[in-house]
Design a protein around this ligand. Structure first.
Ligand SMILES: [Cu+2]
Length: 154
């Protein structure tokens, strides 16, 4: 016959075991954290943030009156600016860059400061109420100069 004391001990041990095994299983799938600096009112930036969240990113949004200081700090070349600036995993991702291209960047990890998709072209994520009329070209840029080159086309 089992005494009350040992029954309690067994129960406690099971509880500890359950906690031990259940904790790792409960962990959420891995997300990539990103910070987005956007103008106060920009619908396509909000849609773009949602698009990123649907594709495994966790986006913290910071709305600013002016992005010019952020663009300068980020080193985005003049004339190549997108409508917002995203900081992700050590890179600058400016504008409505398709997620395939961001994943390519984070996998290849080239020695660049970042990439940018200039303007707000139709068909880009966040601007997809109309189909694209030209390929979406993302340009890479380096920290030490304003030279750009084509990084990807979607
Ligand atoms: Cu926008």
């Amino acid at each position: 016959m089992i005494s009350r004391k040992s029954e309690t001990t067994i129960g406690l041990r099971l509880a500890v075991l359950w906690m031990f095994f259940s904790v790792p299983v409960v962990q959420a799938a891995e997300t990539i954290k990103a910070t987005m600096y956007k103008p106060l009112r920009c619908g396509c930036c909000d849609d773009y943030a949602k698009y990123l969240e649907q594709n495994g990113f966790e986006v913290e949004i910071k709305s600013l009156r002016s992005l010019s200081q952020i663009k300068r700090m980020a080193g985005v070349p003049q004339g190549f600016e997108g409508c917002h600036t995203l900081m992700v995993d050590g890179y600058v991702v400016d504008g409505l860059v398709p997620v395939n291209t961001i994943n390519k960047l984070l996998t290849e990890r080239p020695n660049i400061k970042g990439i940018t998709l200039p303007g707000m072209p139709w068909g880009a994520p966040g601007m997809d109420s109309r189909p694209k009329d030209a390929p979406l070209v993302s340009y890479s840029f380096k920290a030490d100069s304003s030279t750009t080159s084509v990084y990807a086309q979607d």
